[in-house]
Ligand binder design. Sequence first.
Ligand code: DGJ
Length: 730
Amino acid sequence: MTRNSFIVLTLFLSISLQAFSQKIIPVFTQHTALVFHVAPDSTLNILYFGTKLADSSEYSDLGNAYRQPDDYSKMLAAAYPSSGSRSLNEPAISVTHADGNNSLDLKFISAKTQQLDANVTLLTILLKDPVYDFQTELFYKIHFAEDVIEQWSSIQHNEKGKVTLHKYASGNLYLKGDRFYLRQYHGNKVREMQPEETLLTHGIKTLDTKLGTRANMFMPSCFMISPGKPSSEDDGEVILGMLAYSGNFRVDLEVDQNDNLRIMSGINNYASAYQLKAREKFETPPFVFTFSDKGRGQASRQIHRWARNYQLLDGKGSRLTLLNNWEATLFNFNEPKLAALLHDTKRLGVDLFLLDDGWFGQKYPRDDDRSSLGDWQANKEKLPHGIGWLIKQAADEQVKFGLWIEPEMVSPKSELYEQHADWVVKQPLRKEHYYRNQLVLDLANPSVQDFVFRTIDSLFIKHPGLAYLKWDCNSIIYNAYSSFLKEQQNHFYIEYYRGLYSVLKKIRTKYPLVPMMLCSGGGGRVDYGALQYFTEYWPSDNTDPLERIFIQWEYSYFYPALTSANHVTGWGKQSLKFKTDVAMMGKFGFDIVLHELNENELRFAQASVKTFDSIKYVIWQGDQYRLSDPQKNDVASIMYVDTTGRSAVMFSYLVNDRYGAGSQLPIKLKGLKPDSYYSVKEINLYPGKSGTLPETKLLSGDLLMKVGFNPDVKSTRPSVVLRIEEVSRR
Ligand code: DGJ
């Protein structure tokens, strides 16, 4: 389902300024308030963002509580600061008018709310420049129960000629305080989501990417801000935010002269000054954020609920377990090999076989990563009977069949490149520079959009049994240039994503629920803009389970387990059990050679698929609690609790194997009901291994949460999975 289909206009309510007492515009979620104030000169300011007050009439008194120095411009707190007039801090919007003038001063005109459903309200605030015929609408989509707000803007003018948009943030927040801590992420291939937390100093800290595609390879747009002290899992204030957009982003965090913080998130304006025609609407992607006064954990659970309820494709649905062949065969396969893997898929007991890279290219067979992207026909030497035959083999084995594809890309050594060099993103007069020997197709060009749609559409038309796609995107964009856009190169990065999203929308209109994995050489593209169209993402090519504990832990603050595709592979020295336990914390899959497993390993793998089936809904739809942080402890521990608090699964791992390291102290559980009694049972045990946990009597939620439970993690038991079930109530 697409985002827009959620917009059911059940109730329309227009509110004039007079209706808001004392020019206050409050926005409430269940626990949070975002409060605007319209100043006497009609500047729209942010008065407050934080925990909701019990008495909402008191917001109008808040101004008196702050005795900070005069801000001179009277615009430091502006909700959407513009440049070129009084505001001299970082702008959310910056323009050159049709007459060459650089000044913009946006004044409050009106606000209206629309009730989209029982839980979601859309607040639209209209701002206009009194001098120029130029306006910006600010949108705040308020998810009451989830405490999540989506903020974006729509920019329009009616001037005589084009207006250049130099900057066009989606949203801006302004927080008063004296110190703010930023938790941000950086990474690279196989090193995704490395956290860093620092005190923001005065001036501007910018998080951004200019990579175009695979845009998150070095940095995602997600971050956390903690006012007052560094963030912690269960207490303190945390704002968690990210841009729902797959292209270049930019987050500006400015601590100003009065020590307050401005948070701006939007499309990166790098090489993207946009020429806006009269009456054209420039709509920015949503900046999604949530506030919690109970630490990072609560903030992440809020985002998870919002994502499952409103943003993800099939967020409340199920996901397929699978066997993938990438790690097992790389490009080296043929029909007999794949037939054996299809049989293994059945033997393992998973739902689907996923055929990865290497199945296509006739003139240039895809035998390594140096050719063939764009030539999406099955290679006749490897697959003489084509994809249809494989799907039929899969059906005979009673498993489903899925396919890897990288439709935005082209290899210089390909028929597509030979036929359509003008479809390729490259500088006409400069030497081509490659990332993984490939180039990016120009999705700004409607013919390319059509090609990408037809590539996917014909696969589904030709093979109605095709049950799954893995959509990869390995290259970043060097030498950005679209021969289609001619002299409008500044529109390239924006038009690329308009093109990509319109193709994805078209695919989803025709094939609404076929599961698709969002992959970008690992976690190079993970965002809620794309996840409207995809059921899951591939967090990293690094499948060493020890590394994955850290990578999955950090992703999990922003994306629910349901979306995290985790495979058991040959990476890492840990046991099959350890690998399996880690992969179960999400969308479970395998990428192993089954016949290399010994009898016990095979029995264990088969049993684990069944075990996963019995716990997957708690992991996917339950609340996630982080119990013991791998960055700080020898043992990492994570727990998923169903929303009634009656059923839970706890995963614990030894992440530091120094002498004597292990769970010496009990680990405090969370999210249970204090008055209930629970059974605690070890599951996913290796055949022949018995657990070391005492046969306990039932334990109260009270004890499990106040004292904790010891999973007995140690070097001989480096991973332990516990099933916790309510048995009775006090
Ligand atoms: C990068 C992906 O992350 C891998 O899982 C695999 O699909 C390869 N591409 C195939 O080229």
